[in-house]
Write a protein that binds this ligand. Structure first.
Ligand code: BDR
Ligand code: CA
Length: 312
């Protein structure tokens, strides 16, 4: 039985590849809907980008909702320096024709969790956690109905990418992250510690280009654009494809290894705002609230991604 999921996202080239991976894998996941959030770029672009990606995959029936346009109590920080002005810079893309749903993304999350049997819907946040936290605040009854939250965010040994201490998704809305990590819902975290171990390379991207499909060409063009930032920053040969790790985990969890730990979010310090403090070594007695992943079979991950993207 495929797992029912809601993808909460701020596309973003790597978000786009994650959405494609999910849409290409109906045997493993059923995408009930996609909720956009402000993050890499403002909301009017992330909701549009989510629709562009669905249309590219030929899945125009997937309902796409616009959620929150700003973090709970901070000014939005965006990442055009990584993703470009549109959030999906790289290839030239036409505007989508499939509609945006009227309902607010937060209401879709609440209604879906209330409608579906308890414990059967997994939330897949790929951006700041604003929509999820606002849904939990608005409807605390849904928290216990969540099967699992599998999210991309945070870092521990790898520390920060947007500041020396914090990863982007958590940094943008640390109060939201704090609400989610304190909620009691089961959480699996794909931090930079994992995503930085699965880098693109010329050979890995050439495989997408060589597929001879529109989707393959787009994935290669997005990756080429997205790579330049990390290649320059880290001096690495390629870049991490962060968000697809979330969907890959749902399809093939054995590709990943991790530990159940306590994870707390820094919400006060200016210096370390948004830091994900993971008790990896178990030096406190704080409750274990997150399965924090640390290892990935990178070849297996790219093999899975390639095989699935080729289906579209
Ligand atoms: C995360 O931030 C965004 O820029 C990416 O889409 C990913 O979700 C990585 O820190
Ligand atoms: Ca993202």
């Amino acid at each position: 039985m495929p797992r029912k999921i809601i993808i909460d996202t701020d596309p973003g080239q790597d978000d786009a590849v994650a959405i494609l991976l999910a849409l290409a894998s109906p045997d493993a996941v059923e995408v009930l809907g996609i909720t956009a959030v402000a993050g890499n770029v403002p909301l009017h672009l992330t909701q549009k980008n989510a629709r562009i990606v669905c249309e590219l995959a030929g899945h125009v029936h997937v309902p796409v909702f616009a959620g929150c346009d700003a973090p709970i109590r901070r000014k939005l920080v965006t990442a055009e320096h990584v993703h470009g002005k549109t959030g999906l810079d790289g290839p030239v893309m036409a505007d989508p024709t499939m509609p945006l749903q009227d309902m607010h993304g937060v209401d879709f999350i609440v209604e879906t969790l209330r409608r579906e049997p308890a414990g059967t819907v997994t939330l897949c946040p790929l951006g700041p956690l604003t929509n999820i936290a606002v849904a939990f605040q608005k409807a605390p009854d849904i928290v216990g109905r969540v099967q699992e939250i599998v999210l991309m965010g945070g870092a521990y040994f790898e520390v920060g990418n947007i500041t020396p201490a914090a990863e982007f998704n958590i940094y943008v809305d640390p109060e939201a992250a704090d609400i989610v990590f304190k909620s009691g819902a089961p959480i699996v975290v794909m931090p930079l510690d994992v995503t930085h171990k699965a880098l693109t390379s010329k050979a890995r991207v050439d495989v997408f280009r060589a597929m001879g499909t529109e989707v393959g060409r787009m994935v290669a063009a997005w990756t080429d654009f997205f790579e330049r930032f990390d290649v320059a920053k880290y001096g690495s040969a390629g870049a991490p494809l962060h968000d697809p790790c979330v969907i890959a985990y749902l399809i093939a969890p054995d590709l990943f290894t991790g530990r159940l730990v306590n994870l707390e979010i820094e919400t006060q310090s200016e210096l370390t705002l948004g830091m994900t403090v993971a008790d990896w070594w178990g030096v406190t007695s704080r409750p274990k609230n997150a399965m924090f992943m640390g290892g990935i079979n990178a070849d297996g991950f790219f093999a899975l991604l390639t095989e699935r993207i080729a289906r579209l």
